[in-house]
Design a protein around this ligand. Sequence first.
Ligand SMILES: C[S@@+](CC[C@H](N)C(=O)[O-])C[C@H]1O[C@@H](n2cnc3c(N)ncnc32)[C@H](O)[C@@H]1O
Length: 377
Amino acid sequence: MLAIILPVILLMFGLWGPPQLWKTIREVIQGPKKHHDYFSVEHAAYSYAQYRTLALAEVTAMRNSYVKLSRAHKRIGYDLGYPAKLRTLEELTALNAHVTDAIADLAHSEHPGLAEAASGDLGRVRETLKHFVRDWSTEGAAERAAILTPVLDVLRRVPPARRAEMRVLVPGAGLGRLAWEISELGFDTTANELSAFMTRALRFLLAPHTTARAEQHTLHPYAYWFSHQRSSAALFRGVRFPDVLPRLGPRLRLAEGDFLAHRGAYDVLATLFFVDTAINAIATLEHIYALLRPGGTWINLGPLLWPGGAQARVELSLDEVLRLAEMVGFEIEGEGGRPVEAEALRRRSVRCEYTGDSQAMMKYMYDAEFWVARKPV
Ligand SMILES: C[S@@+](CC[C@H](N)C(=O)[O-])C[C@H]1O[C@@H](n2cnc3c(N)ncnc32)[C@H](O)[C@@H]1O
């Protein structure tokens, strides 16, 4: 009955037109889709579930663009293998979707009754897929070595026998490789992360029924952006992951949620590409300080890429961040006339990438800053 009456009513009110009509009918029957927090499980799970549809829509758009070529140019495109290249893109997108669907399914099984979000974010899903390469593949080893080694070298100075009783927090842990490496050194480690895009993907690695063995999964993470590629083989290459099998346990915990709401007492906080993601850098540094026990250590490595669009309350330069750290109460190794205790602790710039494509013709390089600071006893 509703199906007959509703279109008549909509016609009367001038809402006819297929997209508008179906949207309105769906909203009358189901209620409007809710807008969830950007980093919520709802939004992340929906985005992973929508990956296939959204990414394949892009392939269709590329194909529609290609067919606008003249007959003669289409002939050349054919000889170059371009239509076949688009077919490969379609096939690899469908293969990637095995991983993104599995992440979405896991989120739904861990959160029964999860509502649908209003829209999915394809770009954010693709960024997370590249994090699998950076954090958990052999291909990502060189990028990891540049950024993890300085942090881990500080922690290696702690005698192994003392490590198990020391608590380490990694705020904004992303896909968790740094936290896992620290736990493997023997520390009692907690990875804290706000974004469900990250935590859902990490849980996919941590759960034995979704990831049972090393190198189980394959992704084609660069198969969407045709720019800066030397060959189709490079563009379409598959990357296997994880290179090692991470598991939660007494030495590695996951604390999902906002770092600023996290409570506890830690001996070490390790921040990697994190402090500049803060809306309020002052609150973030104060909270790092508050979570440390007297005598505790803050290890930082990262750039200063503040949230854009005037979202950040303050957008500080490096010298301002270092001054802020001292105003909060930290003593930075080797600063303020204090001698540096060991080379591994010296403040320095670290040239590095962030989820870069190692084979691409273009690189984003950071001169990230590394420092070690102490909360006085
Ligand atoms: C640039 S990413 C770096 C991730 C990870 N440290 C790495 O190097 O791969 C910053 C991370 O911090 C997380 N983050 C930002 N603000 C946060 C907060 N208030 N609490 C917890 N995590 C946060 C983001 O979700 C994101 O995963």
